[in-house]
Design a protein around this ligand. Structure first.
Ligand SMILES: Cc1cc2nc3c(=O)[nH]c(=O)nc-3n(C[C@H](O)[C@H](O)[C@H](O)COP(=O)(O)O)c2cc1C
Length: 263
C-alpha cells in the first residue's frame, strides 16, 4: 500500500504533529505501507493566474505544469492521500487553496476514481470541521472515491498535545481509513459526482459546440461514452438511472447552451 501525505499548511505545526501521529498509527497497523511526503510550502507554486489553459487546451500547458505534474503523478501512483490542513479563518490555508485552484480543471475532467483520502485539520477553537468539509467537497470532483475527515480542536496555537479523547478518535478513524484502503473496495458514487460526470459527458461528446475556442473536454469525454460513471466503480440500478436522467438533461441543455472559452 502506498500513501501520499500532502502537507497543505505553510509550516510543520499542530496539524503536522497530528498527521505524524496518524502515520505512526498506520505504520503500527501495517509495516509494509510506503509513505511519500509533499510539503506544498517547499514547492513555491506561483498563484493560479486564471489563464484557463487547463480548461481550454489541457493541464499540460498550465504555466506551472512543471511544478504540478510531479504532484499529480504522485497522487496517481498512490492508493490513498492524506491531506494535512490547518484551519485558517475557517477555511483551507491559502497555500492549499492555490494548489486546488491548479486542479480545478479536474471538476471537468476527473481522474482519481480509485483513490481514497483522509483529511486532517486542527483548529485553535472552531471550524476544523468546516475546513475538512471544504476539501471533502472538492476531492470527489477530482474523482476521489471516498474521503474520511478528522477535524480536531487543538485549543492551541503551536503547542498541541492530543488528549486521550483526541487519540481515541484519531485511532478509530485511522483504522477505518486503513481497512477501507486495504480492502480495495470501491464505493458507489454520490449524486454530487454523477451530476458533473454525466452533464459534462452529454455536453462534450459529439458536440463540438464552440468551434473557434474548443475545450480539452471535447477530447476527454469520448472515452467514457455510454458510461454513467468510471469503469470499475460500482453503481446501483437507481444511480445508473439517475445518471441517464442527468445525461439526457445535459443533451437537451447542450442544444441551446453553448459555453464559450473565448477570452
Ligand atoms: C492565519 C491563521 C488563521 C487562523 N484561523 C483560525 C480560525 O478561523 N479559527 C480558529 O479557531 N483558529 C484559527 N487559527 C488557529 C489555528 O487554526 C490553530 O492554531 C491550528 O492548530 C494551527 O495549525 P498549524 O499549527 O498546523 O498551522 C488560525 C491561525 C492562523 C495562523
Amino acid at each position: 500500500m502506498r500513501i501520499l501525505i500532502i502537507n497543505g499548511g505553510p509550516h510543520k505545526g499542530n496539524t503536522w504533529r497530528l498527521t505524524e501521529i496518524v502515520r505512526e498509527i498506520l505504520y503500527n497497523f501495517d509495516k509494509t505501507i510506503m509513505f511519500d511526503e509533499i510539503h506544498l510550502s517547499d514547492i513555491d507554486l506561483p498563484f493560479c493566474t486564471g489563464c484557463s489553459n487547463c480548461f481550454r487546451k489541457g493541464h499540460v500547458v498550465c504555466p506551472h505544469n512543471k511544478k504540478m505534474q510531479p504532484i499529480m503523478d504522485m497522487i496517481e501512483e498512490s492508493d490513498a492521500v492524506i491531506f494535512s490542513v490547518p484551519c485558517f479563518q475557517g477555511h483551507l490555508p491559502g497555500i492549499l487553496k492555490n494548489f486546488t485552484d491548479h486542479m480545478a480543471f479536474m471538476l471537468h475532467r476527473p481522474r482519481y476514481f480509485t483513490k481514497k483520502a483522509l483529511i486532517i485539520s486542527t483548529t485553535g477553537g472552531v471550524s476544523a470541521d468546516s475546513t475538512t468539509k471544504t476539501l471533502a467537497a472538492t476531492l470527489p470532483g477530482w474523482g476521489f472515491n471516498k474521503c474520511y475527515q478528522l477535524p480536531i480542536t487543538a485549543l492551541s496555537w503551536n503547542d498541541y498535545k492530543p488528549t486521550e479523547k483526541d487519540l481515541e478518535k484519531t485511532t478509530n478513524l485511522t483504522k477505518k481509513f486503513y481497512l477501507d484502503v486495504k480492502s480495495g473496495k470501491m464505493h458507489v458514487p454520490g449524486i454530487g459526482v454523477l451530476i458533473p460526470f454525466n452533464l459534462f459527458q452529454a455536453m462534450y461528446v459529439g458536440n463540438k459546440g464552440e468551434k473557434e475556442y474548443p475545450t480539452e473536454d471535447n477530447n476527454f469525454w469520448p472515452k467514457y461514452k455510454g458510461m454513467r460513471y468510471a469503469p470499475g466503480i460500482p453503481m446501483t440500478p437507481l444511480k445508473r438511472f439517475l445518471g441517464w436522467v442527468i445525461y439526457l438533461v445535459g443533451k437537451k441543455l447542450s442544444k441551446t447552451m453553448i459555453i464559450t472559452y473565448k477570452k
